[in-house]
Ligand binder design. Structure first.
Ligand SMILES: C[S@@+](CC[C@H](N)C(=O)[O-])C[C@H]1O[C@@H](n2cnc3c(N)ncnc32)[C@H](O)[C@@H]1O
Length: 338
């Protein structure tokens, strides 16, 4: 007779791990803010040396470094610290792959997360950022931190286009452009492409900084205004980009934006839509589902939407073909054709 497999007794360990998630996160933020990974990379190996380099107390740094060993960002041997491979690859400032800038977008949200219980009760954000007045202040602080992940995904999309598809892209509209992360990958790969961005006037200096850094500023034009009110034009563009904007806009304004994007494209033109999407049953992955809570905290109507929802909205807006494009996580990218 086959023996029944023994199941492990249920334990509350997962609860403790998740309650401590915020501590883990704060330890990582403090380490990035004090630049301890860069100090260790530059040869500071003891708590005393790192404390001096970081301008911090030795007591504080000792405990921080040990905690970072505990959560696998550092290694320790005989009182000397070394970088774990993940820290060496992504947390040393000045490296091309530096990901420490991602601390900023998360840090920006913390104040709101303290109000989650109250927000779940009311269904209303404690401090919304999806109106022009607050958005103009919030987003300029956010977009540089999300640049690396948007740009990596955009680069992956461009690399998958055939030369015929690239050849058909000359006029690009980057709606809610922020740093310009999505269109910059296209402008860099297609020297004939010209880009119009649309965002709040407060964003223009940031977008300009990035276009100059990439050496493509001469091919960019900056339209300033509120995308809910802006006329996107008719049958003008070969590519319209909606990168991480529908989650703040919500269903009603998001559908309206898809209709306007459709109108702005010439026949055969493409829409690039990038969003964090849970599966159709909304049972995972955890990142987009937690991001849905983040939208509850920050917006009146924002949310995360599934691929099935986007497909039906795109179809209703008139798009005839659509496909997802493999990109590095966490965003999902859809290319839809008019
Ligand atoms: C989450 S950021 C995305 C930036 C960029 N597309 C990316 O994916 O990295 C949202 C952008 O939308 C802009 N935005 C939000 N609401 C807007 C509105 N009503 N009118 C114009 N721009 C808006 C913000 O200023 C910000 O640049």
């Amino acid at each position: 007779m086959p023996r029944k497999a023994k199941t492990a007794p249920l334990s509350p360990a997962m609860i403790m791990r998740d309650l401590m998630g915020a501590w883990r996160s704060r330890a990582l933020v403090a380490a990035v803010e004090l630049d301890v990974f860069s100090h260790i990379a530059s040869g500071k190996r003891t708590a005393k040396e790192v404390a001096e380099a970081a301008g911090a107390s030795q007591r504080g740094i000792s405990n921080l470094l040990d905690a970072l060993v505990g959560i696998h960002y550092l290694r320790k041997s005989g009182g000397r610290y070394a970088l774990a491979p993940i820290s060496a690859a992504f947390l040393v400032r000045g490296k091309k792959t530096y990901a420490g800038g991602a601390v900023q977008p998360f840090s920006l949200t913390w104040g709101q997360w303290e109000h989650l219980t109250e927000t779940v009760k009311t269904g209303r954000p404690h401090h919304a950022i999806d109106d022009a007045e607050h958005g103009k202040k919030f987003f300029p602080q956010l977009v540089e931190g999300i640049f690396p992940s948007s740009f990596a995904a955009a680069t992956a999309v461009v690399s998958r286009l055939s030369s015929k598809e690239r050849g058909a892209i000359r006029k690009i509209l980057d709606v809610a452009a922020g740093s310009g992360a999505w269109s910059l990958a296209f402008a860099q790969a297609i020297p004939e492409a010209r880009v119009t961005t649309l965002d709040f006037p407060e964003m223009t200096p940031i977008t300009r900084k990035f276009t100059e850094r990439f050496g493509v500023a001469g091919r960019y034009e900056y339209k300033e205004g509120d995308l809910r009110l802006a006329d996107l034009g008719q049958a003008t563009y070969d590519l319209v980009i909606l990168g991480h904007i529908i989650h703040t806009e919500g269903e009603k304004h998001g559908k309206e934006l898809l209709r306007k994007a459709y109108g702005a494209l010439r026949p055969g033109g493409k829409l690039l839509l990038a969003e964090f999407m849970p599966n159709d049953a909304r049972t995972g992955p955890s990142m987009p589902l937690l991001f849905g809570l983040n939208m509850l905290l920050h917006t009146e109507e924002g949310n995360v939407f599934t691929l099935r929802e986007f497909r039906s909205w795109l179809k209703a807006a008139g798009f005839r073909k659509m496909a997802t494009v493999p990109t590095p996580p966490p965003a999902t990218v859809i290319l839809a054709t008019k």
